[in-house]
Design a protein around this ligand. Structure first.
Ligand SMILES: Cc1cc2nc3c(=O)[nH]c(=O)nc-3n(C[C@H](O)[C@H](O)[C@H](O)COP(=O)(O)OP(=O)(O)OC[C@H]3O[C@@H](n4cnc5c(N)ncnc54)[C@H](O)[C@@H]3O)c2cc1C
Length: 294
């Protein structure tokens, strides 16, 4: 495990029950380790500062993507590569596959998990906007409170912060299978094609009746401390065909609903402009291809 591991206690649970029992006892001093692509990089050479690690990466129960009734369940240890290649995700939630395909590099995607991406709660996390656009819920499990199921849209409280408690394990995500007329697209702007954290990213879901927008969900990442669903912008699109005029008034509204910061990846003004470009691009993608499924 690299240097600086003297005094580090590492526990590997054999099943979910053992995992939540361990968190019940040591949650306040334990770091959960999934793929490790965030944790091991952040603590490289100083892992002993973590005190206790619980390595959940071997918990096969958390590695599947399944259809259960009219919902899709994604285990928290599902990797980005799995999302990218899953027929279920490609057929029903292609924007999530598109987002996973944009994460890091093949090595990072093979190792990094959706649960880790969400728990890490970076405003730039690529799977966050599509999960919110899909109306996904996150499943949390603890010994004391059993299962809590929370909309992903209510999970984040700030950069790196969320409502999960120290004794809770994210076991997975669940979202309704989008109806036939829903189409989705994810678009990301980074410094380069691979290995780039999003400067801005956007997930759009549109339900179309002919060329009229019956319903829509637009979620942006890296433009505020948490992912932002721009509901007033959505209202402008709903009930209308997508024309240049409608798009222009929607994009004028969009910039009122986000508050990007300036940092090394881009200024606030640049992000505001690119947020508009990305959302328009995602909408065009949907009309052009009908989403990734076609
Ligand atoms: C070179 C590089 C490039 C990257 N590029 C991108 C990118 O383009 N887009 C992007 O979004 N991210 C990117 N990342 C970040 C990272 O790869 C992702 O966030 C990844 O999904 C994290 O998953 P993991 O399983 O490796 O998490 P880990 O590092 O194991 O854990 C991350 C956090 O989540 C917690 N955690 C993990 N699983 C659970 C669980 N089941 N329950 C509760 N808490 C849990 C951990 O305690 C930790 O706080 C990149 C990272 C690197 C090193």
């Amino acid at each position: 495990m690299g240097g600086g591991t003297m005094g580090l206690i590492c526990f590997t649970p054999q099943n979910i029950n053992e995992a939540i029992q361990y968190l019940h006892q040591y949650g306040d001093e334990t770091t959960i380790l999934a793929g490790g692509t965030d944790v091991l990089v952040r603590y490289y050479g100083r892992l002993d500062e973590l005190g206790r690690i619980m390595n959940i990466y071997e918990l096969d129960e958390l590695k599947s993507i399944r259809i259960v009734d009219d919902e899709i369940e994604v285990g928290s240890l599902v990797t980005h590569t799995q999302l990218e290649e899953s027929t279920i995700i490609l057929n029903h939630a292609p924007l999530l596959a598109e987002a996973a395909a944009e994460v890091g590099s093949p090595q990072i995607r093979n190792r990094g998990t959706i649960g880790g991406n969400v728990a890490n709660s970076s405003p730039a996390g690529d799977t966050l906007p599509p999960l919110i656009a899909l109306d996904a819920k996150v499943k949390l499990l603890s010994l004391d409170r059993g299962e809590r199921i929370i909309p992903v849209s209510e999970f984040f409280t700030g950069p790196g912060r969320n409502v999960a408690k120290e004794d809770e394990l994210i076991t997975g995500f669940v979202f309704p299978i989008p109806k036939e007329n829903y189409r989705g697209s994810f678009v990301k702007l980074g410094y380069r094609k691979a290995l780039a954290i999003s400067t801005v990213n956007a997930a759009v879901m549109l339900a179309l009746d002919g060329d009229v927008v019956e319903d829509c969900r637009i979620v942006l990442g890296a433009v505020a401390p948490t992912p932002v669903r721009v509901k007033l912008t959505e209202e402008i699109l709903k009930g209308n065909p997508i024309t240049d005029q409608i798009l222009e008034s929607a994009m004028n509204q969009l910039v009122q609903e986000i508050s990007p910061i300036s940092d090394l990846r881009g200024s606030s003004k640049y992000r505001l402009n690119m947020a508009k470009v990305l959302v328009v691009r995602a909408i065009h993608n949907i009309f052009k291809k009908g989403g990734r499924t076609q």
